[in-house]
Design a binder for this molecule. Sequence first.
Ligand SMILES: Nc1ncnc2c1ncn2[C@@H]1O[C@H](COP(=O)(O)OP(=O)(O)O)[C@@H](O)[C@H]1O
Ligand SMILES: [Mg+2]
Length: 232
Amino acid sequence: MMDAVLRLEGVTRQYSLGKTIVHALRGVDLVVHNGEIIALMGPSGSGKSTLLHILGALDTPTSGTALIDGIDVKSLAERKLTQLRGQRIGFVFQTFNLVPTLSAQLNVELPMIFQRVPRRTRATRARTLLTRVGLGDRFSHRPNELSGGERQRVAIARALANDPEIIIADEPTGNLDSESGGRILEHLAGLSRDDGKTVIIATHDPDAAAVAGRIVRIKDGRLITTQEGVHV
Ligand SMILES: Nc1ncnc2c1ncn2[C@@H]1O[C@H](COP(=O)(O)OP(=O)(O)O)[C@@H](O)[C@H]1O
Ligand SMILES: [Mg+2]
């Protein structure tokens, strides 16, 4: 429980937009321990997605350091980084990012195809994961044949495809009614509680804060406070 899996030290991220520079992160220090569940809360535009992308090694800081297991992400070659991302991190995107032409099952198989998992194994695993998120009767449906909540659950199943130790979810309940949202939060909480996964959820949702072991608040690109949640 005490091992730091992710660590940010003095992380800034600037975006250039023409002549303006947007300071999305202004010096963030954060340690994420193995097996904890964190809710990252803050207003729209405060830097949540930027922070998650850096934690998930999808993006690198403009300055400062992002470490995974003590290894500076910037020191890794692209190949190594892609491998690490594919095997250790499951990312649930705010807008799902499912492939519209593929069935739910194939969407979940995709990350396993990249890891060269044999066909039979990956088909079985995709079906198991979809069943686990309550989509046992939706294997062949394409994204546009699914509701928002179902798509979100496919995205979660896909994030779990390669059994990652770290799951990062960007506003996973943002587009859902409170009942489907609640089920998704319960599922994410279970991954930490029952399977020992490290889970980080960006959210506006007070219900998400309730399942978190720790709440990290961000405003204008800076962490303002961190507080223990109810489950610690
Ligand atoms: N690719 C980008 N180019 C320019 N500005 C960006 C880009 N992505 C995010 N930003 C800006 O950075 C700030 C933080 O954005 P973001 O991390 O998406 O916040 P949040 O997820 O909390 O809504 C915002 O002001 C946003 O407009
Ligand atoms: Mg965002």
